[in-house]
Design a protein around this ligand. Sequence first.
Ligand code: SAM
Length: 385
Amino acid sequence: MSQLFKPSLHTQRHDFVVDFVRRNNPQKVADLGCGECSLLGKLRFHRQIKLLVGVDQNGAKLRKKMHGLAPLSTDYLQPTFDQLCVQLYQGSVTQKDARFRGFDLVTSIELIEHLPLDDLEPFSNVVFGYMAPQTVIISTPNSEFNPLFPGLSGFRHSDHKFEWTRVEFQSWALNVGSEFGYKAEFTGVGRAPPGQEQRIGFCTQIGVFHRLMVVRDGHMFGDNAEDNYPYTLLYSVTYPSLRDDNILRKILVSELLCWAEKLKKEWLEKRTDKLEEANPVDKDERVGEYGDIFWTNSPVPQCHTLHRHVSVPLQLLWTCCPKLRELSGSLSNLRQLIVDDPQIKMNRQRSAVILCSQEQDPGDEDPNDLTDSGYAERSHVEEEH
Ligand code: SAM
């Protein structure tokens, strides 16, 4: 049936919602009758959404697909400051569950035609009267389009309990709107052939309902069923976010170590070049010429090695690495976030990162030996920007 359309009707319906999300930036979105979670799978990439929730009465379907909503490896490798929690519930949309209140957008894509007619009233009570989101998007087949499907007799799907004409859908929608305080607009996806658009309408008809009243504290119509939680939570995942201090710390530490090693390497290379040119007598004198990086033999509590150490000031790292600045916001935040990390070794003043001067060979380790390198430690006065 969907071969009639390119992209498929299924894709066009979901793209309609995605486009709405892009234009309206809802933060809390619930998809009712989410089935195989394909709409949720697309919406999770719209990171202004903070809470993305799906419910379907078919738990087996959800279990089969739910892991596809897990964060991708790039979400772990390059987390952003966005926050997203995805949850899936098994339950019926004819029941009120307090966790589904307070949403900005609720979608019901190709769901209502699967409900027995008697369930339409509880469905409207739950969605418009109880959940009372800012916007509801409902899609359902337009039966006027059916004669265009070759060989179709009856409904488009064996589980459909009804299929409505445009007038039937719109009169139901307008009644619901006036009962619960929503304004409905009608559109659709899947165009009829040229010249027949007006007469037949879209293959899938869509109602977009905008709430007219302001809901205070998520309460409306004096309904006191907040404590009901009939749905079963099947899946819940919180995406990695830099707002989580542990994740921010890990990213900062790896960025900082990467830059400290890079600066150390550049400094060592420059130093070797210069020393080759210099009078051997001047060697030690010239060490301090290369910026703020310097040899140190200060005892670093965590660093037991025969090698000399190189001190790379935090201030220098802060200046050189834009990502460190962007992620931490200030030099003192940066220090606070990394200071207790076991991978980071710092000087006593907490103003510089101390690195071994070369790649460490485990065979070199001597826990008692903090050998004096013969180079004097330079005191470092830290300046914060
Ligand atoms: N919305 C999805 C989409 O666009 O791909 C799936 C649509 S599928 C045609 C209809 C879904 O509604 C099925 O997954 C079915 O299990 C679910 N469903 C039917 N009655 C339901 C009810 N009372 N409560 C929750 N889900 C229901």
